[in-house]
Design a protein around this ligand. Structure first.
Ligand code: NDP
Length: 337
């Protein structure tokens, strides 16, 4: 019998999530039934959306059940298969959760997908060539609708989603400006990812200072904004939006512990005739193939760059996740299993 270490959610956060909300559990991997595949996970993806699933409140997705394996994207290798479409050694991406092994009903649509690691590293299928990359692509292409010569701004710019947004905007001939926390992240966004500028929001704590810094970084105003954070960052960007600007509301991580995020100048939506649209990437599956084709080609040819922060071992997942919510990650947060 093979032992499988798992992380379960055992309680719901009151305000901030804490390590005690999780528990390490050991179980035996069950024998496979017909149609099932056993996957050994190599990497687990940690993503901000998981914080929302920890709550038992109304949302676009059902809450994570208590005393069950935490939900999560995974990449790994098939070690045993009773499904004709998979065999031992196949590299696969799925939603295996916070555990070392998963038994997957491979016939269920979207449960398991084979991936080619010839030109794209396996872990990238959880980042730039996976859900975060498609999120960046969808919000930018379908909502911000960037045109050559326009200015696109993205918050959480050094992260898994934000880093891709700016690089895709550059491919489309735009000026790309990031907003990120601290000099190291800002330097990386400009020097490694090729953005035109990056504003350190930690240096500009109030609205006036942040919007002045954005004015300097965006001399022609802002046409497209990709929002990952909310709060004073959104207020500062809205002050610099050009008439008929488009804003993709992807995430509001500054409010994921449930605190209100007031918008200081909603009248700008009217005065600047802005379009603001929220989206959930999983509701746009029809666009994934086109997005993955572009993202895969750019990564395989070295034109789309990304960085990973890799925690070691399933035991480290809770702390790594709590760190992600506080900005301690640098690029895509993964756990090596
Ligand atoms: P990141 O890799 O960007 O990590 C999160 C980053 O958010 C941190 O590194 C930190 O960067 C920043 N951050 C955290 N707290 C704050 C805060 N209070 N104020 C400002 N910045 C903060 O995560 P992802 O790229 O995976 O996700 C980015 C966003 O996209 C999230 O909001 C997420 O929920 C959203 N998302 C939405 C999807 C959808 O379908 N709508 C799908 C996938 C992701 P820094 O140090 O620079 O502050």
């Amino acid at each position: 019998m093979t032992t499988n270490k798992q992380i379960h959610l055992v309680s719901r956060p009151q305000g901030e999530a804490v390590a005690d909300n999780f528990r390490l559990v050991e179980s035996e991997v069950p024998a496979l039934k017909d149609g099932q595949v056993l996957v050994r996970h190599h990497f687990l993806s940690l993503d901000p959306y998981m914080r929302g699933r920890m709550n038992d409140s109304k949302s676009y997705a059902a809450p994570q059940p208590l005393d069950a394996v935490m939900i999560g994207g995974t990449v790994g290798e098939v070690v045993d298969s009773r499904h004709p479409g998979f065999r031992a050694g196949d590299n696969v991406v799925g939603m295996g959760g916070w555990q070392q092994y998963a038994v997957v009903d491979a016939a269920a649509p979207g449960s398991l997908r084979k991936v080619d690691t010839t030109h794209i590293p396996l872990s990238a299928y959880l980042g730039a060539v996976g859900m975060p990359g498609v999120t960046a692509w969808y919000g930018l292409v379908k909502i911000c609708e960037p045109k050559a010569g326009e200015t696109v701004v993205v918050s959480a710019a050094s992260g898994a989603v934000g880093g891709v947004v700016g690089q895709l905007a550059k491919v489309r001939g735009c000026r790309a400006v990031g907003i990120a926390g601290g000099p190291d992240k800002c330097r990386y966004v400009v020097e490694e990812l090729g953005f035109d500028a990056c504003v350190d929001y930690k240096l500009h704590k109030d609205l006036k200072s942040l919007s002045t810094a954005l004015k300097d970084a965006c001399p022609n105003g802002i046409d497209g904004y990709f929002e990952n954070v909310g709060g004073v960052i959104l207020d500062a960007v809205m002050l610099r939006m050009n008439a008929f600007g488009r804003m993709a509301l992807c995430g509001m991580i500054s409010g994921y512990d449930g605190q209100p995020i007031p918008m200081q100048y909603p009248q700008l939506l009217l005065q600047s005739r802005l379009a603001l649209r929220g989206f959930i990437v999983a509701e746009h599956m029809q666009d994934w193939p086109e997005a993955l084709k572009e993202l895969g080609t750019l990564v395989a040819t070295g034109k789309l760059k990304f960085r990973e922060t890799v925690a070691q071992g399933i035991e480290s997942a809770p702390e790594a996740f709590l760190g992600l919510l506080k900005g301690r990650n640098f690029g895509k947060q993964l756990v090596k299993l």
